[in-house]
Design a protein around this ligand. Sequence first.
Ligand code: NAG
Ligand code: NAG
Ligand code: NAG
Ligand code: NAG
Length: 462
Amino acid sequence: MFSLRLLPFTFYLLFTSLFVSNVLSIGINYGTLGNNLPSPKRVAQLLQSTLIDKVKIYDTNPDILEAFSNTGIDLIVAVENENVTNISKSASVAEDWFTKRVSRFLPATSIVVIVVGNEFLTSDDSQLDPSTLVQAIQNIHSVLIQHGLDRKIKVTTPHSMAVLSSSFPPSTSTFASNLLSTMTSILEFLSETGAPFMINAYPYFAFRDNPSQVDLEYALLGNGTAVHDPKGYVYRNMLDAQIDAVRSAINALGFGNRTIDITISESGWPSKSDRGDMAATPNNAKTYNTRLIERGESHKGTPMRPKDSIEIFVFALFNENQKQGSDSERNFGIFNGDGSKVYEIELSCKFCSNDGKKFGFGEKSSSGVKGPSVWCVAKPHADEKMLQAVLDFCCGAGGVDCKDLVDHGACFDPNKLHAHASYAMNGYYQMHGRNYWNCDFKGTGLVTFSDPSYGTCYYPQQ
Ligand SMILES: *[C@@H]1O[C@H](CO)[C@@H](O)[C@H](O)[C@H]1NC(C)=O
Ligand SMILES: *[C@@H]1O[C@H](CO)[C@@H](O)[C@H](O)[C@H]1NC(C)=O
Ligand SMILES: *[C@@H]1O[C@H](CO)[C@@H](O)[C@H](O)[C@H]1NC(C)=O
Ligand SMILES: *[C@@H]1O[C@H](CO)[C@@H](O)[C@H](O)[C@H]1NC(C)=O
């Protein structure tokens, strides 16, 4: 067999966490405007057994910060809009806010981002002064520098799509003219500090407002009718087009050469609406959010930047029965207040800390793909070092029976790393419920519908 080594246990832990940090990169927004939600402690416990590893909240609720201590889940906390202007006024107000609201929970609670305001520049609240945002961001950042935390905790601010003057065609999009100077300052800050540009993007609203003109499949992150950009990019889903519109607006301000990641700080689809809106159904919500999670896990880029993966925060964890606005606003949740799922969606995670436990507040969730024939193999040009590590892991701590890979075994020939790794990866994938994240292997795995078996070498299949 291809230099299979058995790994000591400590290395197993290290290596498993290597997979965990890669495979799990899905965030969720945890809003709390409901009078029927489970306690933060319960939410934290249960999220630990899912593939969700980042939680974004809208304030610095101390019960939540406390509940997520020592969970391995990263938190994104927020300066509420009403506090932004005050914090912009002086370093000492920022320091005061940080000391009272954040620093006492460190380092037990892993806070990785502070967002300053939410959709602050496009809020219709006349009390908020858009010109104070940049200074507030800088004041919070200065406090972090003083505490030696500026590398660990990034500072940014989530925008709505309304910061763009137009979003179509994507390649010609620009920021609204009244925001150009503020946006330039924000982008300067983000590129200097390595913080992401956050955008809340909802194909749902675009579809709702224009159902006769927008292809539902295009809005639902499916493989919709192709939409052609004049620069040659082809879009088959609206979210990609929205992300590239933001990218173009950033480039138009002269930041095309600077590294600024785009993060989808919110996206989702409601399961219910009161506006006679036919698109807000549990089925569409399930389809959109399932695809959104898959997209986040796939590390896929967009037509304009195929290699730039996009971090995603699903909106939202819970239906929130006390939210203002239309019924759809209260029905973006994957879970009801009582903890039952609004629709079936796969969030379980075999690698997570409470191995075996599933989300769903006591209910059992279904595990993985059943039915169609499907296998996992190594990608054609996968990195050899990684493949060797994957092979060692699967046949060692991963528990795959690799006897067919040893000399004179049925799958020994061809004696090539790629072939042996494929066999081992498939074994692991089949054993662990055939969830797409069980075939990730740090981006080296590929799910396939064609049977890789050959000769007497049989690739098992559940
Ligand atoms: C934040 O806003 C709340 C509510 O308006 C207020 O009680 C609090 O003092 C503010 N804190 C800061 C630092 O501005
Ligand atoms: C501004 O911040 C100070 C210091 O934290 C706080 O005492 C005050 O209440 C805040 N004012 C407002 C209007 O939020
Ligand atoms: C999407 O649809 C087009 C046209 O129907 C097809 O050529 C393409 O292969 C599809 N892509 C995927 C990923 O299914
Ligand atoms: C950005 O990159 C382009 C192409 O590499 C180059 O021509 C241009 O001078 C760069 N601009 C800046 C400001 O660095």
